[in-house]
Every structure is written in structure tokens, then in C-alpha cells.
Ligand binder design. Structure first.
Ligand code: CO
Length: 431
């Protein structure tokens, strides 16, 4: 081992653990392994990090899922995160995760944040198990009885979308995001209406002008048919210009949306304060934020009403707690992201924040298939429009590695479908 070997500080023959913290007073518990596990029980690659310790049977799980680049996250965990954590006492979460964050010198971004989150969340899981408490009890306990979720109704036309919304209402959901189809590949989450989608790669193109007319019609029909007791949302999925976003937000004012999501692409987030200032509808944004610093600036600069990150995308529970405290003090609420490309461990981390913070607004929900429940015993389930966190120590979600191995990863369509999202002239559109 040479002095240029980046691992030389961790050479246990050279004196770890004395060479670097743990500081005096720590007991002999140590991190012994940090392993990424990839599984795809719904066909969507999920990355989970398992942190094992010198205490036989004491381990933690953390979500590190970045479906579109899962192999890069696996490499980051194996090559760069594990060597910095092994040998440390798992209780020093703040120091260990900051060390990992700083150690790449160039930091942030979804690959490194998810790798870091896998470690961070696993350390919180261990902390909860050591204390015999759910993680949300370690960070302040309950602020509410349950976590109100929202779910999605989407169809090729208004009738089908609203039929779905009625079924969801009858199943107990009170908060529903509505998406309606359109030309080409269609609005985000809703199919296209013409020319044999999905076989045709970009049949007619996605036309922003058609979209700006069709969405207010959807919500007018929704209020006429569903009344005013449901809370309604819509996701633009970042396809508008800042000015188009303002036009849409104003057109939607009469229908009292609880939020309008991702109106512009992340490359344009500097324009969000201007969009939000002109919007009569609450602006929800954050699932594509690349760092905790960007999220903090967005809150500080007035670019967001509902913060829509998920705890793994910004590096885990540790940075998320800081953001949520800031949001609470400034009057921003949460509407955390939780689609099928977050593992149930990540859902439990979202829920720990949701249940404990006074800044809670909404929580997105996804109903996992049976295979996911088999791979992840303890996966949270929606009951009567709510999610309830587990009362088990840690996250309360486990991983059956044998079951996980039956669902190997394949590259998911998620990183290919963007090729189909094009304007009528064939130009690429934001997904
Ligand atoms: Co979204």
C-alpha cells in the first residue's frame, strides 16, 4: 500500500480504529461491511445498501435507488463509500456521512447522493435498532396520527381519467393527481391519443399549446363531476417554459388545485421564484434537485411552496432533516416524492419525516406488487388514504436477500422513453 493509495488511511494494520474516529468513550461496536444489493421485483431496479456490524445480527438498510443509473450507484458504494465507513462506530452518523460527502472533493449529484443515502439511512436504521425505537421517535416522535397520501388518476381522455379518480375516491383517497392524455406520447403519466402509441416512437409530437388548453378543461370537468371535497393536483413534469408555466397556473386558479408540480425543467430552476410569485396555485418542486444546497437555496429564494424531494435523492435522512427544519421555519411544506423507483426502505425514511415534521403537507404513494412485499417484509401499505409508519425499531422494513436475488436488475425503460418525447417538429422535450 503506497501513500497515494486512497485507502491507506483505512489500512487496519496501520492502527484503525485509533487512526480516525471513533473518539474516546465509544464501545467496541464497529461497521464491518457496506454492501449494495440490487433487486427489481417490479422490473424497476431498486438499490439498497446493507451495513453490517461487529454485533452479530445488528445491521441497517438504506435506500440508494437511482433506477436510471443503478450500476453507477453500486460502484460508488462498493469502491468509495464502503472503505470510508468500515471500521467506524455506526453511531457517528453526522461525521461519517460528512466524511463520505467531502471525500470525493467534487460532490453532490444523484449518483453520489444516493450512494451516501444508502449509508446514511442504514446508520439511522442501526441507531433505531440499538435504541429499540422507530427512527421517527429518535427525531422528535409523532406530530400526527397518520400520513395523508395522494395518488394518481390518468387516462387518454377526460372521462377515463375522472372514472379512475372516482374509483380512487371510493377506495378512500382524498388527494388525487389528475393527468390526461394528449397528442404524441401524451401528457406525463397519461397515454397519447393518436396513432397507435406506444409502438410509434413519436407519432405526432407533444404540443405545449394543446396541453395549455387541455389541462384547464380537465380540471373544470373534474370539479363539475367530483365536487369540491377532493384535493386535486397536476404534474407538468417539467415540460413548460417559465412563461407558459405562469399561463397554466393562472388558467387553473378557479379549480383550486392543492399544487401544480414540476412546471419547468431543473436547468431553469433559477426562474422558479419568478414563476411562483406569479402563480395563484401552490408550486410543488424538488424531485430532480441535485443537492441539499440547491434545495436550501430554492427554499430561501422563494421558489417552492411544497418541497418534493425524497430523502435518498439529497443524501439521506441527515440532510433531509435540516431542509425540513428550514422549510418549517419559512412556511414551506412537504409533498415528498415516492414513485415505484424508490425502495420500501426509502418509503419508510420518507414516512419518518412525514410523521414527525410540522411542515408536512402531503405524501405521494405507490402500491407495491406482491413480489416487492416478499422481498421487503414490512413494506408500508396505504389504508383509507393514509400511510402509517411501522412501530418496529429502525425503519421497520427488512430485506429478504434470497427473494431479492430472484429479481435481478435489467435496464429499465425509464432511461429510454425520453427518446419518444418530442415536439411536433421532432425536437426533444423534457420528459
Ligand atoms: Co413528479
Amino acid at each position: 500500500m503506497t501513500e497515494h493509495d486512497p485507502h491507506h488511511l483505512l489500512d487496519t494494520s496501520g492502527g484503525l480504529p485509533e487512526a480516525i474516529p471513533p473518539w474516546p468513550g465509544r464501545d467496541k461496536l464497529r461497521i464491518t461491511a457496506v454492501r449494495p444489493i440490487v433487486t427489481a421485483p417490479e422490473g424497476i431496479p431498486l438499490v439498497v445498501v446493507k451495513v453490517e456490524t461487529s454485533d452479530d445480527g445488528l445491521y441497517g438498510l438504506g435506500c440508494a435507488t437511482f433506477t436510471q443509473r443503478y450500476a453507477a450507484v453500486v460502484a460508488a458504494v462498493t469502491e468509495h463509500v464502503a472503505p470510508l465507513a468500515i471500521g467506524r462506530h455506526p453511531v457517528d452518523i453526522e461525521d461519517i456521512t460528512r466524511l463520505v460527502h467531502y471525500s470525493s472533493y467534487w460532490r453532490g449529484g444523484p449518483v453520489l447522493n444516493n450512494a451516501l443515502s444508502g449509508l446514511d439511512q442504514a446508520l439511522w436504521d442501526i441507531a433505531g435498532k440499538r435504541a429499540g425505537m422507530p427512527v421517527y421517535e429518535l427525531i422528535g416522535g409523532r406530530s400526527r396520527g397518520g400520513v395523508e397520501v395522494y395518488t394518481h388518476a390518468a387516462g387518454p381522455n377526460i372521462d377515463v381519467t375522472l372514472e379512475q379518480a372516482e374509483q380512487l375516491r371510493d377506495a378512500g383517497y382524498r388527494n388525487i393527481r389528475l393527468q390526461v392524455g394528449g397528442k404524441g406520447l401524451g401528457t406525463y403519466g397519461a397515454p397519447g391519443t393518436l396513432n397507435g402509441y406506444p409502438r410509434s416512437p413519436h407519432p405526432d409530437g407533444w404540443d405545449p399549446e394543446e396541453y395549455l388548453w387541455s389541462v384547464p378543461k380537465l380540471f373544470q370537468a373534474a370539479r363539475e363531476r367530483l365536487g369540491d371535497d377532493l384535493k386535486l393536483m397536476h404534474d407538468v413534469h417539467s415540460r413548460l417554459t417559465p412563461k407558459q408555466a405562469i399561463v397554466l397556473a393562472r388558467a387553473l386558479e378557479p379549480y383550486h388545485l392543492s399544487f401544480l408540480e414540476d412546471v419547468i425543467a431543473p436547468e431553469l430552476y433559477d426562474r422558479l421564484p419568478e414563476v411562483r410569485a406569479a402563480s395563484p396555485v401552490p408550486i410543488a418542486v424538488g424531485e430532480q434537485l441535485g443537492s441539499v444546497t440547491d434545495a436550501a437555496r430554492l427554499i430561501r429564494d422563494g421558489g417552492v411552496d411544497l418541497l418534493r424531494l425524497h430523502t435518498s435523492s439529497v443524501g439521506g435522512l441527515t440532510p433531509t432533516r435540516k431542509l425540513v427544519a428550514m422549510a418549517e421555519l419559512i412556511g414551506v411544506r412537504t409533498a415528498f416524492h415516492s414513485p415505484g423507483d424508490i425502495s420500501p426502505v426509502g418509503v419508510a425514511a420518507n414516512l419518518a419525516v412525514d410523521i414527525s415534521t410540522p411542515a408536512f403537507g402531503f405524501q405521494e404513494s405507490h402500491e407495491y406488487n406482491d413480489a416487492t412485499h416478499e422481498v421487503f417484509p414490512g413494506t408500508p401499505v396505504v389504508a383509507n388514504g393514509h400511510l402509517y409508519p411501522s412501530d418496529q425499531p429502525g425503519w421497520g422494513v427488512d430485506l429478504d436477500e434470497k427473494a431479492a436475488a430472484r429479481f435481478g436488475p435489467t435496464y429499465h425503460l425509464f432511461d429510454r422513453w425520453v427518446a419518444q418525447i418530442r415536439k411536433p417538429d421532432g425536437g426533444l422535450e423534457a420528459p
